[in-house]
Design a binder for this molecule. Structure first.
Ligand SMILES: *Cc1c(COP(=O)(O)O)cnc(C)c1O
Length: 439
């Protein structure tokens, strides 16, 4: 049997002191009930995924790929049936040719909107990269260039929906409503599936034929149900986040109503061709196995986020969501209030990586941002944020956004390493527990 002293010694070899290790252990002992809840959700979702694979008759032949045009690609077509079953939708488009989450969202929007239509976001500003898709920031090829207008209704100060504002914003040209589930890199709360369901019911009550699309990035498998089961006509996301389970090397998905998915397929490939072409090459085993692992991988990331929230909240830093709030995505924000805190945290995450652990992340002028940004990522799949990763703008309030962890032990190592580094750099003092009268 492995005893705790052996494990502690392993951590010591990573430079983690006995005090930091013991603090982590005390925090963990308070989280057992929540972790059991997460395991139950993962168990439910694991069974859901296996059942979807069985129902779709996934066979060994599905793991082979096609080349060229990719006609009659059994594995590709079956994987789309599996996604449709998991999300309980009529159809799905799941392709390595969808390069990322932004691409999947742009595809869903551009294929279902026509010149003269209006797009509405009833949940405030969308994710940064969508600003250029929509044309909020001028950009070549934006919806705006095609004569598609955009309206936005912000959330109320308490994070609730501005129902009267939304009612007033829905007009004759409103064709599609985009609802972002995750807060992304904002401070507003993430929406639960139930809240999204209420919002969609309200909107459909005013205009039944409006298409409701949910940006599902970072939300998949966090709950037992998905927004498509709460009235969404389309759910859209990236395979290098939750549903790829850390194994998918590329890809995006759109699951939803048959006509909406069909429009997206004709836009992705070509009018007349739609879903019939698109070789899967060699990536299908990773997409299948990644989806199979996604419920437990998402659970690991979720546990890491909750562990981090509790570690830093009890030391006295502001965390969003807080240590006890219910979770609807895998992102954790920690506000350090100083550049040194953000940098030390990211260095700690990087030092815990399996890949590129020896590099030191540094703030840089990233395109599209006003301030410098620091990023920590030592990922098997480049840029994958279901893997242990963190980033933060070097600007007030000096918050880092932390997410991922394919296994909980890895997430735990990363978080302990951040705390150790913050102590080594003097951002957190060695007697932090006594100072804050903790535990
Ligand atoms: C990550 C993300 C996107 C964009 O996905 P990329 O793969 O980075 O292009 C869009 N919306 C939300 C909420 C996200 O988290």
């Amino acid at each position: 049997m492995t005893d705790l002293a052996d494990i502690k010694e392993q951590y010591r070899q990573f430079g983690i002191s006995g005090a930091v290790y013991e603090y982590g252990r005390e925090i963990l002992s308070t989280l057992q009930e929540r972790f059991e809840q997460i395991d139950r959700t993962a168990e439910y979702n694991q069974l859901k995924v296996i059942r979807a694979m069985q129902t779709a008759n996934v066979s060994e032949a599905c793991l082979l790929g096609t080349t060229g045009y990719g006609y009659n690609d059994l594995g590709r077509d079956t994987l789309e049936k599996v996604y449709a079953a998991v999300f309980q939708t009529e159809d799905a488009l799941v392709r390595p040719q969808i390069t990322c989450g932004t691409h999947a969202l742009a595809l869903a929007l551009m294929s279902n909107l026509r010149p003269g239509d209006e797009l509405l976001s009833p949940v405030g500003k969308p994710y940064d990269t969508l600003e250029e898709v929509i044309g909020i920031r001028p950009s070549k090829g934006s919806l705006k260039e095609y004569g598609i207008t955009y309206r936005q209704v912000d959330l109320l100060a308490d994070g609730g929906f501005d129902y009267e504002g939304i009612r007033a914003a829905i007009g004759g040209r409103t064709k599609l409503v985009t609802i972002q589930r995750s807060k992304g890199y904002q401070t507003r709360p993430t929406l639960s599936v139930a809240q999204i369901g209420e919002l969609i019911a309200f909107i459909k009550g005013i205009k039944p034929d409006v298409i409701c699309m949910v940006d599902n990035c970072y939300g998949e498998f966090v709950e037992t149900g998905e927004p498509s089961q709460a009235g969404a006509d389309m759910v859209v996301g990236s395979l290098i986040k939750n549903p790829g389970g850390g194994l998918a090397p590329i890809g995006g998905y759109i699951a939803g109503r048959k006509d909406c998915v069909e429009n997206a397929a004709y836009r992705l490939t070509s009018p007349g061709l739609g879903k019939e072409v698109g070789a899967s090459l060699g990536v299908l085993p990773a997409l299948y196995q990644g989806l199979f692992l996604a419920p437990t991988v998402t659970a690991s990331a979720l546990k890491g986020a909750i562990f981090a929230a509790n570690i830093y909240e009890k030391i006295g830093f502001a965390v969003v969501p807080d240590g006890s709030q219910s979770r609807h995505d895998i992102i954790q924000a920690v506000t350090f209030g100083s550049p040194e805190g953000v940098i030390a945290f990211c260095e700690g995450i990087q030092a815990a990586a399996s890949v590129d652990s020896f590099v030191t992340p540094e703030p840089w002028d990233m395109p599209g941002y006003d301030s410098q940004v620091i990023m920590a990522a030592g990922a098997f799949v480049s840029g994958s944020s279901i893997e242990l990763s963190a980033d933060g703008p070097i600007a007030p309030p000096y918050a880092v956004y932390f997410q991922g962890g394919l296994t909980f032990p890895h997430a735990k190592l990363g978080i302990l390493k951040t705390l150790q580094n913050l102590m080594d750099k003097g951002v957190v003092t060695a007697d932090f527990k006594r100072q804050k009268n903790l535990l």
